[in-house]
Ligand binder design. Sequence first.
Ligand code: DON
Length: 551
Amino acid sequence: MSRLLVLFISICWSFSVVAGQAAVAMPDSYSAKAAAKVLEEGGNAVDASITAGFVLAVTLPEAGNLGGGGFMLFYQNNKTDFLDYREKAPQKAHRDMYLDDKGEVQTEKPLYGILASGVPGSVMGLWQAHQKYGSLPWERLVQPAIELAENGFIPHKKLQAYVQEYLDEIEAAPHGRNFAKYFAALTGGQRFKQPELAATLTRIAKQGPKDFYEGETADKLVSFMQHHGGLISKEDLKQYQAQWRTPLQKSWRSYEVVSAPPPSSGGLVLLQMLAMLSDKIDCLEDVAHNSTRYVHLLAELAKPAFADRAEYMGDPDFYPVPVQKLLDDAYLAERAKLINPIKISETEAIKPGLQESENTTHYSVVDKWGNAVATTTTLNLSFGSGMVVEGAGFLLNDEMDDFSAKPGVPNYFGAVGKDANAIAPGKRMLSSMTPTLLIKNGQVQMVTGSPGGTTIISSVYQSILNRVLFNMDAQSLVDAPRVHHQLLPKNTIRHHPKLDKTVQDGLVKMGYTLDARRFGDLQVIVRDADGALAAASESSGRGLSMVVETK
Ligand code: DON
């Protein structure tokens, strides 16, 4: 082939888009339809994501939120950008705040009730994203959420069941949660209205973050805290700012993989595992998707990455996370040598490598100009702390559990940590949220992300492998059974129940303990070779994906 022809083909590849096409992949139908409408009206991917963020605060109470935080990853006007609106520890928080007299962690305290919440970041995050990149008016973007809160929405059966389960759990162990007062009515299946939340959203539509961080909503939140003995103060809210950060980026095969920097561990662990996998690619060539050998290899690759996570990762504003060193090619080539492709390596032998010192939600949007936004947002566990701010109608997060309450003691997700992720006033807790983009020749080829605590990283990782190594279409790649290993608990692989039975038997024979439990809810957009977009939501959830033809 002549050089000119090659050049011509690669130009066609890099600029092939289907004119006017945009796409959304959302965790429920209300957010999908509202975001698609914004795109049809000429809004960009950021506008659509802001609308989705507010709608989810109404229709996906287990994770969509005003009282939580998140990360937004952008590809806007051919540049990447990242907004960190993760919650922060209140000023009155301190390192040992969850330990009892004997120095043991009181595990329920950072998870349930009034002491579990960090200072919420979502309203500020959505606002700052709008200030920098939004094109339609803010009020227009908040409006769909106001309508759904005011006029109500018909809850999906899965949501009704989910709320009922949570109510049963609260009845067995209340931990001070006032959730039932606000959400018991949702289980009946009738139109569910949230008048206090509608009023809060109306104030946010008119006044932006001023209301939430300094105005009437702030007053309601602070008096709720004072009444129940919580820590978040007026000063905490007033000082809260979201943080623009440089996303992590690393070349992998023919793509640029762009992902979340600290205070997420997601991008670092993902890029480490991809790089180490490349180092082992020769042994992968003859390994079939989701075979025993493949699953074992993924488990081995997770070990050194999770050992580094526990030792070095935390809020970069408080702790010098050695990002460059952790992503250094020579370092990762050395780390890849720890991986045994045919046998389980000793967990105790996998140490951090440098020489020195269940509910979240994700949504993906691509607009007709090729801009993309990947957003992961969370209250931490489903329905967060289970505490609804009285008079303001929104749930507060239980993100404090993502800190390491005591060195080496696992949190809810079994993650351990040390100094890097110890509690300190104003500090952000380490996250696993991994909104990620794959870019080739200046064009977004894949937008991916998922909920699932530490399993988020595995879901995102395997969505990428399914696409790039196994060439799966959008729906197949989100629905293929996935696996997760995180160094500890030792030799334990969590897997989707549909993982092939003979593969499960093979793993047990190798010495693994299996934990058959679903995790994740991938929301993915990909661009096919002809430039057309395809979008998919994992079938197990209640998501909806749409390719939108705009003018
Ligand atoms: O930021 C994190 O890593 C966790 N708070 C996410 C929690 C989560 O995904 C729960 N979902 N199933």
